[in-house]
Design a protein around this ligand. Structure first.
Ligand code: DAH
Length: 361
């Protein structure tokens, strides 16, 4: 019996000294495992005289139960202690950004479109969309392009196979050469007044430093009963000054020609050129940034509007061109090369917000 008491002291000491789960497992194996001390003594019971076997067996069973209970208690205590330790040492700083360095960049085209839409939205314009695949009617005829107009030629326009389900000029499918086609959809499908902008891809067969077969335009249309050239000028001057973030940016309107506007104009903004550099703002030079004009009465008629009742203005702008001017990007073709080095340099952080058009400042 004294053996058993000594063993109890020894095993209890071992279990209580275990200060982590690994040590506790070793203690369990040493006591109750296949080759453990208690197991070993129990295996020897068979060789004992019946009386001795009974007493020793009972004592060993008791010891076994006590040690098992002790192991369980110790395990619980160790687990609790481990959890408390984790809770007090592991901390999350919820003020840290999810990723310290955002991996992607916003393409300058997307950024520029966002900025433009924010400005026009603040002036009360709504956004419309139109299809990239247009027909001859929406892209040319309704916009008052005469039959032999050079812009309709094969070398400029990407024509698609005729659509057998349509007739005449509606069967002649093409990739839109400008976003002006969206004016036609809007005027034919919605009730005036109109105050809309649309943006998107446009296509022309051309490729050099300043032309790519696909590029982007933004188009505006304002139609109401009293809308006049003064509104056009005010709207586009405000736009340019906000977009380039220069309060005294000089602008001028030069007479021009488009089949769908009368009168037509191009808008220039002031700039200066020094030592091969270009600076936008007051200076002694000018840069063209957009085409505009009062919507031609024929266009209104083609869309079912009475030119004696309704009038208004329209404008169209190349998005790459103004993005290049605003952000100093020298070559148009690089916009579409999908070069991540270029994008890392000229792109924008996803966390950036468009400029002051959003109402800041
Ligand atoms: N559609 C013209 C182009 O692609 C741009 C344009 C000029 C649009 C004058 C207009 C406008 O709405 O009034 O070059």
């Amino acid at each position: 019996m004294t053996d058993i008491n000594t063993l109890k002291t020894e095993l209890t000491g071992m279990v209580e000294a275990a200060n982590d789960l690994d040590a506790l497992e070793s203690a369990r194996v040493a006591a109750l495992g296949k080759k453990g001390k208690i197991t070993g003594l129990m295996a020897g019971l068979g060789k004992m005289a019946p009386d001795e076997r009974k007493a020793t067996g009972q004592a060993l069973n008791e010891l076994k139960n006590e040690i098992a209970t002790l192991l369980e208690r110790q395990e619980k205590a160790l687990k609790k202690q481990a959890m408390e330790e984790r809770l007090s040492t592991e901390r999350f700083d919820v003020t840290l950004p999810v990723r310290p360095e955002p991996a992607g960049h916003i393409h300058p085209i997307s950024q520029t479109v966002e900025e433009m839409l924010a400005i026009f939205a603040s002036m009360g314009f709504e956004v419309r969309e139109g299809p990239d695949i247009e027909d001859d009617f929406h892209n040319f005829t309704a916009l008052n392009f005469p039959p032999g107009h050079p812009a309709r030629e094969m070398q400029d326009t990407f024509f698609l196979p005729e659509d057998p389900t349509e007739e005449g000029e509606r069967a002649k499918k093409l990739l839109r050469t400008h976003t002006s086609a969206v004016q036609i959809h809007t005027m034919m499908n919605e009730e005036p007044p109109h105050k809309i902008v649309c943006f998107g891809r446009t296509y022309r067969s051309d490729y050099d430093m300043t032309h790519t077969p696909m590029f982007h335009q933004i188009e505006g249309l304002v139609i109401d009963k009293q809308t006049h050239m003064g509104h056009l000028k005010g709207c586009l001057m405000d736009f340019a000054r906000t977009f380039f973030d220069i309060d005294d940016l000089p602008v001028r309107f030069r007479p021009s020609f488009f089949p769908f506007t009368e009168p037509s104009a191009e808008m220039d903004i002031g700039c200066s050129r020094k030592d091969g550099g270009l600076k936008i703002g007051a200076g002694d030079d000018w840069l063209e940034i957009l085409g505009c004009g009062m919507v031609h009465p024929n266009v209104l008629k083609n869309c079912g509007l009475d030119p004696d009742e309704y009038q208004g203005f329209a404008f169209g702008m190349g998005i790459e061109r103004v993005a290049m001017l605003k952000y100093g990007i020298p070559d148009l073709r690089t916009f579409f090369e999908s070069d991540t080095r270029w994008l890392n340099h000229y792109g924008f952080s996803p966390l950036d917000r468009p400029n002051r058009a959003t109402g800041e400042k």
